[in-house]
Design a protein around this ligand. Structure first.
Ligand code: KMH
Ligand code: ZN
Length: 274
């Protein structure tokens, strides 16, 4: 089995300090959380930019400042920017960060309910727009799938030549309105992937660690972080993103999976050399 790639979703766009005071907003807080995640073994930082008051933003200038600050401390780290942004943002707003030619970005592969009245909109044309832009700009994409229909969408777009290899997926499971992250969900999605794909899992809330363990056991990769889950265990808030990554590190030991460095992650995912 390949070494385990741990992604840490340090900030998100919805979780706030009121939920967990470690959620980073300022540039300094972003760097602190990225360093904690890296020290515990994360190879990839999944990043949503925030303004100092916590408001999520896709503004490329804000992203640039945060990425440069992270890279100053962690020059080898893979920074994966979000093109999902926050619920309600327009396609153009979400795409602003792509002007920075990031090394890696998310490609959200379908629409879903996001709890209450919220809908996270990703029309077929949105997906085509983001995929084509990232193809042109040589941005490596991680395809976020919140349910099986999203994988089916990628299969159609692969056939049309819109989505190009290497195929790297992320199963984001447990969102209110999306697919749950039970064991059968995991196997169903994994078995639906095209030949030669790599994948990572991101379990939301209570699914974070159970889903991670399945992926570790079956050769997949893992994302954790305050974006997805704020608890280290039931009723115990994580003190930092590093706590969550550390827990995955311990789980990986149980299954004899080594932990990939950022450069090893680039090899495993068949990313272009930087
Ligand atoms: N904040 C969610 C609405 C992504 O990063 O690409 C979308 C999201 C997906 O988090
Ligand atoms: Zn995200």
């Amino acid at each position: 089995m390949d070494k385990l790639i741990i992604t840490c979703a340090i900030s998100g766009a919805e979780v706030m300090k009121e939920h967990n005071s470690a959620v980073p907003y300022t540039v300094a807080e972003m760097v602190r959380e990225a360093k904690a995640a890296a020290e515990a073994g994360a190879a990839i930082i999944h990043l949503h930019a925030r303004y100092d008051d916590g408001t999520p933003t896709q503004d490329k200038d804000r992203y640039q400042v945060i990425i440069e600050a992270i890279k100053k401390e962690l020059p080898h780290m893979i920074v994966q920017v979000s093109t999902g942004g926050a619920v309600g943002m327009s396609r153009q707003e979400r795409a602003d960060v792509l002007d920075l030619y990031p090394e890696m970005a998310t490609l959200d592969c379908g629409t879903l309910n996001f709890g209450g009245d919220e809908i996270f909109v990703n029309t077929e044309n949105d997906i085509i727009y983001f995929a084509e832009r990232m193809n042109q700009q040589n941005v490596y994409y991680e395809m976020e799938c919140f349910e099986k229909g999203h994988i089916d969408m990628t299969l159609r777009l692969i056939k049309k030549g819109v989505i190009k290899p290497p195929y790297h997926y992320s199963f984001v499971l447990g969102v209110v309105g999306g697919m749950t992250g039970e064991e059968r969900d995991f196997h169903f999605l994994k078995e639906s992937l095209p030949e030669g794909s790599t994948y990572s899992v991101a379990g939301i809330g209570r699914f974070e660690f159970t889903l991670a363990e399945l992926a570790i056991k079956h050769g997949g990769h893992v994302r954790v972080g305050l974006e997805d889950n704020i608890y280290l265990e039931k009723g115990v808030l994580a003190k930092s993103n590093g706590d969550l990554v550390q827990k995955i590190r311990e789980l990986a030991k149980k299954y004899n999976r080594g932990i990939a460095t950022p450069n090893e992650a680039r090899e495993i995912l068949r990313m272009k050399k930087q």
